[in-house]
Design a protein around this ligand. Structure first.
Ligand SMILES: Cc1cc2nc3c(=O)[nH]c(=O)nc-3n(C[C@H](O)[C@H](O)[C@H](O)COP(=O)(O)O)c2cc1C
Length: 413
């Protein structure tokens, strides 16, 4: 109710109470001011307004402004177009997949900030996945640890899709060489139980519903991350989960107090479908359960309302409604092992997806170096560097994140 009243006054009465100002403003300008005020109010109310509330509250402003709907749509783009676009990127593999189809499936992997830090080089019977250093995130990931984990996630998708299409092969990482090589031969198409989960998987940055998993599904998840050189520990006791929550909150507080971290994050935010589709990368607002906004408003809202307290509350709710947390740790702290950790976490995420279980990354205690020893001790692995932290449980489906087209990530031999 409170929200609706504020919006009504924002949309209709306020400008009319100042006759002189009102008469000087053109329709379009007035509309923009009303709309921006309306959305700042909406955001101030905790980003909790749904699209319908916003439209109902905005009714007066839209009528007054005349061309409002058109102006709004042209600023943010259309969610229907976005969904179609995401659907095409995530279409099933065709009957006889080409190598480019396999690469498309590889790019659907999880990757830090959705920067898609990979390049694919195709030779006869070999597909190389190389780091794209122009897509580093030097503040949050100064030693490219998560960049190589992301390559591992893509490699696992590639392996699964290739096996399913009759190109059985192996992933190789060579000492002193960056990236992964997938060497394959012609063979029988194999049934791959995780294939269908590749386009269906998403990071679900939302509250889950606290429901526990059947014991058999929990067991399947415990076995899902089995990749040589990587250990995965599942924390399911509430006390342990709370311990990770406290580390996530400590990490988030440190990161958000760092202007360089916030600046880097902002570069990868996509506030609306138009911006997300134009870039084909980055973190789309609606994929994190946030409302879509025109770029200018999105920037203002981010600066003003992205607060440490607000984010910490959100993480506490997200983790509090999860039924478990998986922590991945590789045996050694080098590129090859970071890639292996990526393979393990991608397999875990795909297995969860195939069971109808959602997951989301909460990597703050890995990204903030001083918190790593505490996290390692919490999972009984003192002395090791944890690679990835993921929460899981049952939850909603959010809009899918986008990817750049395959041609944009392929390089000549
Ligand atoms: C190495 C790595 C680190 C990540 N760290 C975080 C994180 O700290 N917080 C978060 O919300 N998502 C994190 N993600 C998830 C990515 O943001 C996500 O995979 C990307 O935006 C693509 O979206 P999708 O997983 O839904 O396809 C991470 C993913 C990877 C692979």
């Amino acid at each position: 109710m409170r929200q609706t009243r504020q919006i009504d006054s924002a949309s209709g009465r306020k400008p009319q109470s100042d006759g002189r100002l009102h008469s000087r403003l053109t329709g379009v300008k007035r509309f923009r001011i009303q709309l921006e005020y309306l959305f700042v109010v909406a955001i101030k109310n905790g980003w909790r307004m749904n699209r319908r509330n916003i439209l109902v509250g905005a009714g007066g402003a839209l009528l007054l402004a005349g061309a409002g709907t058109f102006a709004w749509k042209s600023a943010v783009g259309s969610m229907a177009d976005y969904r179609n676009h995401a659907g095409r990127l995530r279409a099933r593999l065709p009957q006889n997949p080409e190598v480019v189809d396999l690469i498309r499936f590889a790019t659907l992997a999880a990757n830090g900030h959705n920067t898609q830090p990979w390049l694919f080089r195709v030779e006869k019977s070999v597909i190389e996945i190389l780091p794209d250093h122009s897509r580093r995130t030097p503040v949050v990931d100064p030693d490219d640890h998560h960049l190589f984990v992301s390559l591992g996630c893509a490699a696992e998708n590639l392996l699964i899709a290739a096996n399913a299409s009759g190109r059985p092969g192996d992933l190789e990482t060579a000492e002193g060489k960056s990236g992964v090589r997938f060497r394959y031969s012609d063979g029988q198409a194999r049934s791959e139980p995780l294939l269908a989960a590749i386009p269906a998987r998403q990071s679900t940055r939302a509250e889950f519903d606290r429901r526990s998993l059947p014991a058999a599904d929990m067991k399947a998840l415990e076995q899902a991350g089995a990749i040589p050189g990587v250990r995965m520990v599942i924390l399911a006791e509430r006390q342990q989960i709370d311990g990770v929550r406290d580390l996530v909150i400590a990490g988030n507080s440190t990161q958000m107090a760092d202007p360089a971290f916030v600046r880097e994050l902002k570069q990868w935010l996509r506030f609306n479908p138009r911006g997300a589709m134009a870039a084909g990368d980055g973190l789309f607002a609606a994929a994190s359960a946030n409302p879509v906004l025109p770029n200018l408003l999105g920037g203002i809202a981010f600066e003003r309302f992205f607060t440490i307290e607000g984010e910490n509350d959100k993480y506490a709710r997200h983790i509090g409604t999860s039924v478990g947390i998986a922590v991945f740790m590789s045996e050694r702290d080098d590129e090859a092992h970071w890639i292996a950790a990526g393979r393990a976490c991608q397999r875990f995420a795909l297995t969860a997806t195939s069971l109808g279980v959602k997951h989301a990354f909460i990597n703050q205690p890995v990204e903030v170096a001083r918190l790593r020893p505490e996290l390692a001790a919490l999972v009984g692995e003192s002395g090791k560097r944890p690679d990835i932290v993921m929460r899981f449980g049952y939850g909603p489906v959010l809009p899918y994140s986008l990817r750049r087209p395959v041609e944009a990530v392929m390089v000549e031999v």
